[in-house]
Structure formats: C-alpha cells, structure tokens
Design a protein around this ligand. Sequence first.
Ligand SMILES: Nc1ncnc2c1ncn2[C@@H]1O[C@H](COP(=O)(O)OP(=O)(O)OP(=O)(O)O)[C@@H](O)[C@H]1O
Length: 814
Amino acid sequence: MPVSTRAQFSVVRDEPNLATAQRHRPIPPDQEPATGLAPSLMRNPHHALKEKMKALTQFYEQHQHQLAGARGQASRLQKHIVATRHPSIDLLDSNVKKRGGGGEEEAEKKQANKVMDLVVMKENVSNVVPMSLPGAAKKPALLYSTADEAKENMRGGDEDRVAAFSCPKKETLDAARKLSLGGPGTQSEPRVLRPKISTGGGELGTISEDGGGSRIMVFVRLRPMGKKEKEAGSRCCVRIVDRHDVYLTEFASETDYLRLKRLRGRHFSFDASFPESTTQQEVYATTTAELVEGVLHGRNGSVFCYGATGAGKTYTMLGTIENPGVMVLAIKDLFLKIRQRSFDGNHVVHLSYLEVYNETVRDLLSPGRPLVLREDKQGIVAAGLTQYRAYSTDEVMALLQQGNQNRTTEPTRANETSSRSHAILQVVAEYREKVSGNVINRVGKLSLIDLAGSERALATDQRTQRSLEGANINRSLLALSSCINALVEGKKHIPYRNSKLTQLLKDSLGGPCNTVMIANISPSNLSFGETQNTLHWADRAKEIKTKACPVNEETQQVHESETDQARLLLELQKENSDLRQQLAQQKQKLLTLQAQSLAANNSTPAPSPATSSLMSPPPSSQRRVKRSILSGVCFSTPESKKRSAGNTTIACDLQDRVTALEMELERAKKEHRLQIKQKDDFIRELITKNNLRPLEGGDNREKRIVTRASLRKTERSVAAGELKSPSHRFLSPLPTAKKRTFWDITATNSPSVISVNGRKTKSHVAAGAATTPAAPSMLLQLTYRCFWFVLILGPHLLHHVSFSRASHAEGLIL
Ligand SMILES: Nc1ncnc2c1ncn2[C@@H]1O[C@H](COP(=O)(O)OP(=O)(O)OP(=O)(O)O)[C@@H](O)[C@H]1O
C-alpha cells in the first residue's frame, strides 16, 4: 500500500525527537521506548499509519451504515409525501418534462430534491398535521428553515412530524392590502386556516333560496397559456385540483441562488375552480344559471369578473361568436325562460349598458355626455341612462354588439384588446307568471359586469394616456378593495363613494342581491404576482355577506275571463309567430331563387357600364345586404323576425328591380327591331334609286352596291320571287359562281378602301365585278353572319349590335 510521505511526516511530527533519533541511529530490539509508543510502531513507522487507516475504514463503514438507515427512513417518508404530495410537484414535473431536462436518473434525483425542498417550504407548512401521520397528535408541527435542518431532524427520528400542505394561514383582520397593486410582496404574511363559511344552512356554493342573507359566491377560472407566454418560455404555476382547490406555485428565479430549486406556493379553495379546458357553457351553468333563475323569481343578481389584465375577463363575460360568454348565455336563458313561463306573453325586458372610464360614467348604447350618478329609492342610478326595450335575444345581442363597439379598448403590452373601462350591462325583466290560480307579477334585475384589468403600470404601458387609464382603473379597484375589506370586517361605514365603480356596485356588494364573482387568472409564472393578488382578493370576497334579497313580486287575482283572454292572446301570438315563420321561409326561398337568377345573369358577358349601372342595385342597398349578412352571422341565435323582415324587404326590392330591368330590356329589343327595319327599308330605297339612275362612266355602270337588300333581290330572282327563310340569306346567291375564300379578298376588292365615283371611301363595294352581279365577298358574308348572330344573341350585346349596324349602314350609304 503506498504511504504518503505527508502521513509519514505527520507521525514523525507527533514525535519529533524520536523520529529524528530513529532516522539517525538504529534502536536496539531489547530497548523499550521511553515515549510510551508500541515497539512495533517504533520499529516500523508505517504500522501506525496502517492502524490509523484501519480505524478510519471502520469509521467510514459505520457512517455508511448509518447513512443507509437514514436513506431507508427518507424513502419511507418520500413515499408518504408522494401519496399526499402537493400538486406543485406535478407542476414542476411537467415543467421539467417539457424542458426535457436530463435522463431518468437525473429526474429521479431532481424529484428527491424537490420533495426535500417542498418539505422545507415555510410558506406551505402549517400547524395542521394530517391525522394519517404517525405521531401527529402528540407532536407539534415543524417549520424547517433549511434542507439541512430538515435532514438533521429526520435523522433524529422526527421525520414523522413533517407537516402536510394545507390552506394558507389567514389573519382575520388582515392588513388592508390594495387590490390593484399586484406583484409579489405578500409572501411573508402569516396565515391561519380559515373555516368554511356556512350559507345559512344551505350547502356551500349555493345561493340562498329563501332570499335570506347570503354571501358572495366566488369562482376562479384559469385560462390557457397564451402564445406569447409560451414563446417567452413561461411555466405553468397554477394547478386546479378537483375543480375546487387552486394551488399556486412560485418558482424561484434562476438567478436567485439563495432560493434556487425551492418552491413556494399557496393553496386556495373556492366555490368552484375551472381549469383551462372548461367551456363557456360550463362556466355559465355553474356560476350564473342559478342567478338567472333568481332574477326570474324577482331577486336581483350580479355577476362580475375580476382579474389582472389579459386574464380572460372579457372572454368569460362576452366571449366570441363561436363561444359566447356569460352575458350572452344569461340573456338567452332569460328570454327562453320568460317565454316559457309568461302567463300572457306580455313580458318586458329593459336593457342598459354603461362604462366607467377614467372615473366618468358613459352610456354605451347612446354615447354622449358623461352621466351623473344619483341615489334614489331604487338605489344608485345613472341619470339619463338609456333604457332600451328588447323583444328578443337577437335584439339584445345587437345592442350588446353596438355597445361593445363604443367601449374603450386599447392595445397594451399585456393584452392586444385590453378593456380600459369597467362595463356594466343591466337587464331588467318583468313578466307575469301564473302560479296556482294566481298571477304573479315579477320584476328582477341582472347586472353583468366586466371589470377592467387590475394591473401594474409596467404590465401595460408607460405612455401618458395608458398610465392615466391605469391609474384610474387602479383607483376604482382600490376603492373596491376598501369596500371588500370594510364589508368583511363588518364595518358600519362602507366607502362606496370613493369611486364611481363602487357606487355602481353598491347593490351587488352589500345590497339585497345574489352576487357571483369570477376571478380570472393566467397560468403563467410570469404573472405570478397578479395571480396571487387576484386569488387573495377572491378569497377575501368569499367572506362578504350580502343582505337578504327581497323578492320583487306582486300577486294578482285573475278572473276567468281574463284567463281566457290571456289564453286567446297566447294562441294568437303563437299563430302569428307560426305565420311569420312560414312567411320567412317563403321569402327565403324567393331570395334563393333571385340569387340564382342573379348568378345566372352574372355568368353572361359583362354588360356595359351603362347597363351594369342599371342592373346593379344602388350602393346603399348593397351596403344593406352586406350588413344584413354580417349581422346574420354575428350570433348563432334563431332567425329573428325582425331580421327576416329586413331580408324580405330587400328581396322585394330586388324582385322589383329585376322585373323593371326585364321590361326595359324587352322595350329596348322592340325598339331595336324597329330601327333595323327602318334602316333596311332605307337601304332598299337607296338601292332602288341607284338601279334606276344610270351610273356615270361605262365601267361604273357595272358597279353596284352589294347590300343585304340587293342580295335578297338576287335571291328572289333565283327563287322566282319566293321569300326565303332567314337562314337562306346566308347562302351564296350564286351557287355556280366560284366560291371565294377569305384569302381572295385583295386590295382591289377589299371593302377597306375603294373608289366609288372617284371618291375614296370605306365600303363593301364589289369593284371588280364586271359582268355578272358579283357574289358578296367573304368578309361581307361574315359581316352578315355576325350581324344575325349578334341580333340573336340578345339584349346583352345590344349596344354592340347597334354600333355595328350603324357603322355598316353608314358605310353603305357613303
Ligand atoms: N378561457 C379561455 N380560453 C381561450 N382563450 C382565452 C380564455 N380566456 C382568455 N382567453 C384569451 O386571452 C386573451 C385575453 O383575454 P381577455 O381580453 O378576455 O382578457 P381581459 O382580462 O379582459 O383583459 P383586459 O383587462 O386587458 O381587458 C384573449 O385573446 C382571449 O381570447
């Protein structure tokens, strides 16, 4: 075994004098060392080293043995933790897998590290120890500050005292945090486990049926990861378990070496939490359907979406054409149910839509001057706000669309179509329902609120206008947070007047109203601060109790005659709607036919500008058609009576136009035929005159003008005065004469330039025909054929025909 000189030297250093002596003189075997060292050692200094190595090996083996024992305990602990593990681990797993980091072994190692790190998470460790853990009852929970501390404690046999994750600790009188400020900085708050709030005997998550005092229902919706977020390499930091619990995990920054590989997180619990795959219909059914039912029973209801900018509030409330949101679905449901329940079909639905932008209230349905808020018996009202009466879902949709076009949206860094205002849609429904012989008049109000995004200035934009908007948005959300705090703490004074938004939300928050809050969150770890903030306030809002919601209804005694009348009215209404439907179908058919005929017309050669201007509808009607088509696509609602009526009007217009155009064409055809006849007569007359008058000069006598009329004359002579069929006119009048080809047309007999009576002129004069009446040139024949072809072709070539005829005749005359 090689012995290091240093080791050797160290021994020598222990016994310096002896070593020096040994080095210089040999020790006699019988001499005992006076130093107390073993003679063997004295004899062989390497021996001491061997002994030391042996001792070290033994110590090492012991240590290994202890380590193995500790590992066994750790793996047992790990198994237990995995069984009850925090979903954040799954999040981290998935993120690691996504990044494809390392092999299996490495992943296992990472997993072990993660488990350890999670164990030492201060944030998530609470003083609640799961009952399943041995010794849980007798031993207090542990808070390990470092991984080493945790390991040490485990080694000491305290591994069974490791706490599980639980709800975050919460102080009842929480320091007033402000809603809009977002960002981290809330990590070190002390938390206590909050007991679930009972809803007055009702199940958690239900709206009180008897209208008794209830609490705000709070739901959380997680949106899918955005494209930009994916591109920025963000990781998912939210996990929803059992559609109820939300686990939020903070990944330490890669540059934060102190907390590298550590996870911090929080756990929240809501009435329901929706993962990213949840459909709009599901969200509506869980959050708002019950509220709509309440409205139909005469109770007021409010739904508002809260969350950071770009978290999906507008998507949840409005949605898209393909996936309509809560507003659209609620209104559809409302109309459907009213129609089903209305005793006499005389329901009234009023609608108003406003926005709070930069602390001013504006009417979205008829934009104009800012509105002033006033408080009267009904609560806070915006003076001068337009109340539209809507008769159908489609009408509401159209108004909603109109309102949204007027809403202030601007692209920000966080969201390309960021809503810069809080929008409130209010629907007041009034109808009469017959319940056990009595007619009940019910009035309910539904408020649907899409708040502007809570944001930090950096998340949006630094430009002045955006900053101002952001400040105002934050101001109103700040006021909202103060109101929530005051309501939760049961204060007498609730500062509703701090902002326009809170004034308008007074009824929804602390008034007699069933209220639902939907907190929208993003899954990206880049939005961790905002998400945590949103969840914090959503969690806080759960504690707000609303006042008892009185039922707004009036019972009326109805006479039998009145019932009969109502029944008759309903029957008539039904019949009327059936007839309207039939009419709409008929008109639809008519429209299709007209479209087909228009298409057929369009497939013919393009008409002249004049004709096309005649045939095409005026631009205004074109626009109307386009708009109606667009509006038809807007929402996938049933055909509205109104729209079909509009379509029908357009169809009738089109029909009339087509008929007028057809008549005009017919008249033009007649006129044209008459003109041709007149011209033929005129030409014939000319020829007759020419034949009667002897031409000047001998050669010239033989010259004669070959016209269609003259040909006809020849034909007549050939057929012994019989009138030929028009097709016959195209035959050569002299079959015996040599047939000329197109190429026989030379400069001499070309109609292009010839001399008649000493004048150069363009004409179809057969100059070379000396003896016999010359056969018409090929060009002439072609012209005739073209002429008839054009004549037969119809009205669309009318102008061409007239032009060629005119020029032809002119040439002949000349
Ligand atoms: N559940 C969802 N499913 C699919 N896409 C969604 C979902 N939620 C939001 N989005 C998309 O995320 C983007 C931002 O959503 P949205 O405009 O609703 O955010 P916001 O919270 O209203 O923002 P702001 O407060 O700035 O108006 C949109 O492109 C939207 O289509």
